[in-house]
Design a protein around this ligand. Structure first.
Ligand code: PRX
Length: 648
């Protein structure tokens, strides 16, 4: 049902159908008010999990460090598996795997429990203990989820590294986490080709500086069957080692504040940050938000398309849904393999009811046209989700109409790697939707939009998005660097966590997140630090300086635009631009590949020598150039403007 209240886009409200509301998990319109008693609210939500020991305090706040559910003991894997084995859920499908080449596997909760316990015992046999780190560098296959839960079961922290990252990026992450074990596959499938993951591990490991016991073993899961080089005494085939592993492995009782995992994410410096999440608060946060925002019912088939290498995969493919006893779909491949209808075929085949994906995917589907979803029966869908970047109203409307058949509410969910859980989103049975707005903060979450002085802006205005009070799934720290945690997140605005995002608050109190205001680019929903790409470019022997900015891209949201100056005496030659792009791919991964590289003799700088990215962004976007009064040499700018077209 749609109620148009005015011609302004922000006034267009979409109410979920009455039929949906009357059956929704949350029907109480006062739920947000109840959440204002944050302590009481999160105390209540803590009870949704199984605890070995109850907590004494809901949270303690020693700014900027918080402790959630202090005194409580629990285990994340126990909450995702063991507690579902008592009743009818034991034989319910926990995980439906769709392989890229059409192979399929279904694991019940009992199956998943058994496989996780065996994997956990295998890790134990390799001396992995509570508190150790384990790097997981794998494609989207069941063993990846199993490996994560196996770590959680014995209290080791997993560090999942997205399978699209290069050997060098993998090396940095293993080095920082000092992982004792790496779990990988021989290779992964991508559109019928194979990517050599084990070979990347082999390339990464020799250059790692070990502080203690790092990478003693590599567990290799067979996926593609490609040839790999197994190093005696270090490398183990999973299928051989698992044969003798016992199917019983008790879940380790963990302090609520103990580390559950580390996930690396890009920031404003060249070095990715190891975001640490802990067991108790994280599990309460993801379990509550998953059930309420996705309106989860026992019979739902829930599909989150995110890769497990990102936070969405952690929170809303693994921990949130499995803690709630949901049936999840795990798809290995690309949306256009073998055909552009692959997603819709998976929805039809599995009668998927909830689909959670990213605006960049939706825009791609839009470009392909509605004939693909139309060719399949996707009428089982009843709720749609969006995450990763602002969804433009046109994409929202297309998703609503052509995928949701105008009957499915869309939950646009705003959050971050660091927040661990969704922070703003509709609660679909009670929130009217506005295309392009993530609506309002989740109950028990306190978010504000402030001006540069940190004062809240009035309704109708834009400002910086900050979080005022601690929330249960908040990051604990940056791995090994409490100072960086405090400086990065809690220093810009006194008393508040700064998200790095800009947002507007409309007259109805709805939030509209417009994007990052720091040096982070959001390419297809993936966070890329400009400093990281610049570091990769200046690592090339011919490059003197580099500056990267994000430019608007029709499908990806943003694309990397790099300005590069070459070393003295070096002239450009044919193929150099491609060579530089390939260099970035080798250093980071193909997700960071610049769309454009512009060669310039110099880059525009302030008198104190700081590159003026703001001006470069204006140039990249092809818009009028802003204030140039602090520019040291105006001639540089003229050169850039004049030569842009020539190099295109
Ligand atoms: O800029 C916001 C954008 O993605 C950033 C967080 O990126 P990451 O840590 O990789 O996590 C992505 C998945 C949670 C945010 O700072 N972002 C994420 N979701 C939205 C969004 N921007 C607008 N609307 C969203 N729904």
């Amino acid at each position: 049902m749609k109620e148009k209240l005015g011609s302004v886009e922000e006034r267009e409200l979409f109410f979920p159908p009455k039929e949906f509301c009357s059956k929704a998990v949350i029907q109480n319109p006062e739920i947000h008010e109840l959440g204002q008693d944050r302590e009481g609210f999160w105390n209540e939500q803590g009870k949704r999990l199984n605890w070995f020991e109850p907590w004494d305090t809901v949270f303690e706040w020693d700014y900027p460090f918080a402790k959630w559910y202090g005194g409580g003991k629990l285990n994340a894997a126990y909450n995702c598996l063991d507690r579902h084995l008592e009743g009818a859920r034991r034989n319910k499908a926990a995980l439906i795997f769709e392989g890229e080449s059409g192979d399929r596997r279904v694991l019940t909760y009992q199956d998943l429990y058994r496989e996780v316990s065996q994997f956990a015992n295998l890790l134990k046999s390799l001396d992995v203990e509570k508190g150790d780190r384990v790097t997981i560098y794998m494609p989207m296959i069941p063993e990846t989820v199993i490996a994560m839960l196996a770590c959680a079961r014995i209290g080791a922290a997993h560090c999942v590294v997205f399978g699209g990252f290069s050997a060098e990026a993998l090396k940095d992450r293993i080095q920082d986490s000092q992982s004792k074990v790496v779990i990988t596959t021989d290779g992964s499938y991508r559109r019928g080709n194979t990517i050599p993951l084990k070979a990347n591990v082999d390339q990464a490991l020799p250059s790692i500086t070990c502080i203690n016991n790092c990478v003693e073993s590599v567990i290799v899961v067979k996926r593609t069957g490609q040839t790999v080089n197994m190093i005696e005494g270090r490398d183990i085939w999973y299928h051989e080692a698992i044969k003798n592993a016992s199917i019983h492995c008790p879940a380790e009782p963990m302090e609520a504040d103990d580390m559950l995992f580390i996930l690396y994410t890009s920031g404003t410096t060249g070095k990715p940050k190891g975001v640490v999440h802990r067991v108790g608060g994280y599990m309460v946060g993801v379990s509550t938000t998953h059930e309420w925002i996705f309106d989860l019912k026992e019979e739902d088939v829930y599909w989150c398309t995110a890769d497990v290498g990102w936070i969405t995969g952690h929170s809303y493919l693994v921990y949130g849904p499995l803690s709630n006893g949901a049936t999840i779909v795990l798809y290995e491949g690309a949306p256009d393999y073998p055909e552009k209808d692959r997603y819709w075929e998976i929805v039809e085949k599995n009668r998927v009811t909830i689909l959670y994906t990213a605006p960049t995917a939706i825009r791609t589907f839009m470009k392909w046209g509605e004939s693909y979803p139309l060719s399949k029966d996707i009428s089982s869908l009843r709720l749609l989700g969006s995450v990763g970047e602002p969804i433009n109203p046109e994409a929202w409307m297309w998703y609503y109409k052509h995928i949701g058949g105008e009957r499915c509410p869309i939950v646009d969910t705003w959050w971050q790697t660091e927040t661990g859980m969704i922070m703003m989103a509709p609660v679909p049975g009670i929130t009217a939707l506005k295309p392009g707005s993530c609506t309002k903060p989740f109950p028990g979450v306190h978010i504000e939009i402030v001006n540069p002085m940190g004062d809240p802006v009035p309704k109708g205005e834009s400002g910086y998005l900050v979080i005022r009070e601690p929330w249960p799934a908040m990051l604990k720290t940056v791995y090994g660097d409490d100072k960086r945690y405090a400086d990065t997140y809690w220093s810009q605005f006194s008393g508040a966590y700064f998200t790095g995002d800009e947002a507007k608050w409309d007259d109805d109190g709805y939030f509209w997140v417009t994007g990052r205001v720091d040096d982070v680019i959001n390419v297809s929903g993936h966070r890329i630090g400009t400093a990281e790409v610049e570091g990769a470019l200046t690592d090339h022997p011919l490059v003197a300086e580099a500056a990267c900015v994000g430019r608007t891209h029709e499908v990806k949201g943003q694309a990397v635009f790099a300005f590069v100056s070459l070393k003295e005496g070096i002239s450009a030659y044919e193929g150099l631009i491609n060579e530089l792009k390939t260099h970035v791919v080798q250093k980071i991964g193909s997700l960071a590949r610049p769309d454009d590289i512009f060669l310039s003799t110099e880059l525009p700088k302030t008198r104190s020598g700081k590159i003026m990215r703001r001006l470069l962004k204006d140039i990249a976007e092809g818009r009028e150039i802003g204030d140039t009064s602090t520019l040291a040499d105006a001639a540089v700018l003229n050169f850039l403007k004049e030569n842009m077209d020539a190099q295109k």
